[in-house]
Design a protein around this ligand. Sequence first.
Ligand code: HGY
Ligand code: MN
Ligand code: MN
Length: 410
Amino acid sequence: MTVKSCIDAAMLHARLAALARIGAIEGGGCARLALTDEDKAGRDLVVGWMRELGLEVTIDSIGNVFGLRRGKEAGPPVMTGSHIDTVRTGGRYDGNYGVLAGLEVCRALDAGGIVTRHPLCVAFFTNEEGARFQPDMMGSLVHAGGLTLQEGWAATDTAGVRLGDELVRIGYRGPAAPGTIRPRAYVELHIEQGPVLEEAGVTIGVVTGVQGISWHEFVVTGVSAHAGTTPMRLRHDAGYVAAASAAFVRQLVDEMGGAQVGTVGVCELRPNLINVIANHARFSVDLRNTDEQLLQAAERRVFAFIEETAAAEGVAVSRRRLARFEPVEFDPAIIDRVGRIAQAQGRSTMRLPSGAGHDAQMMARLCPAGMIFVPSAKGLSHNVAEYTAPADLEAGAAVLLDVLLELAEE
Ligand code: HGY
Ligand code: MN
Ligand code: MN
């Protein structure tokens, strides 16, 4: 059966648009931070679609949601999925696309009267973004046994709200023990979120793995004083240390080159007043590299710079690790399968690592895992202007359908 004709493009786009209306923000994006009311509303909508498709819905104790489509045989399912939480300035495709394409695969198989040998499962994982609670990819990390349930529940946001309490508040602290569903394979469809595919003019990214991720928070404590009367020699300026650190991260990354990237995305000063020297700075450093040794070297250089700069400024500094994942290589057989199937559908392909973190990197701890990318216009993501052409979205879903079908018939 040439299943690619089974993807109902209108249905896929309609569901993407409907989910995007939840937490919609100006510019066409979404704000559904993990476990907020908007996340709950998105969860309720997708669970409703799972039930309409006759999937058996399971919710685990970290809030991961699984929709199971029975096969001829019982046993471990072939799993696909992603996340539906977003960053505060998110687009409508990041994560959502992979979950809704998974539902479209189930609908297409129903329409084609196909019952696969092995069960299929469509999942969305809690708090993939890590924008409100850290670490990111938390739900899939707990599922894979990399973080305990208690550690996940104990995570707090900047207002001190506990993740476990939010799960209860929105009604998604489910009964199932995390990790109960151990798939036979996991394949995630996602937008690339970078410029590589678009610049190469390629439709399908055959993802080879995910680069290493290092997230740390620094809190600097200085002395607030008058911006005009305080001589420079007497200052203990937390704001200066934060600014110098951000500049150093960029300078280091430029010096290292290669795959190294570095970002200071959070930077809060107190009292945050024009004529007061800051006595408090909280800032984040996000470092990533496909090479673990280089990533560790970058961490060492950044940590040393911040400690030396703080000592010279006479301020205190503390460091907290928010997330740390080594680079992950996906399963070679799944990588080959994605490439072969995409090419059999007549689609252009290229292999590339993922610059972004994904639930697939955690599921790779449990089973053979891989990813399929489609292009992001202008390489933009974590931005309301995030966009992928409809034809590319449909192409990715068609490849996902054939990959899942082949895996579920093996
Ligand atoms: O940060 C990431 O790469 C992912 O969006 N959580
Ligand atoms: Mn994502
Ligand atoms: Mn994201």
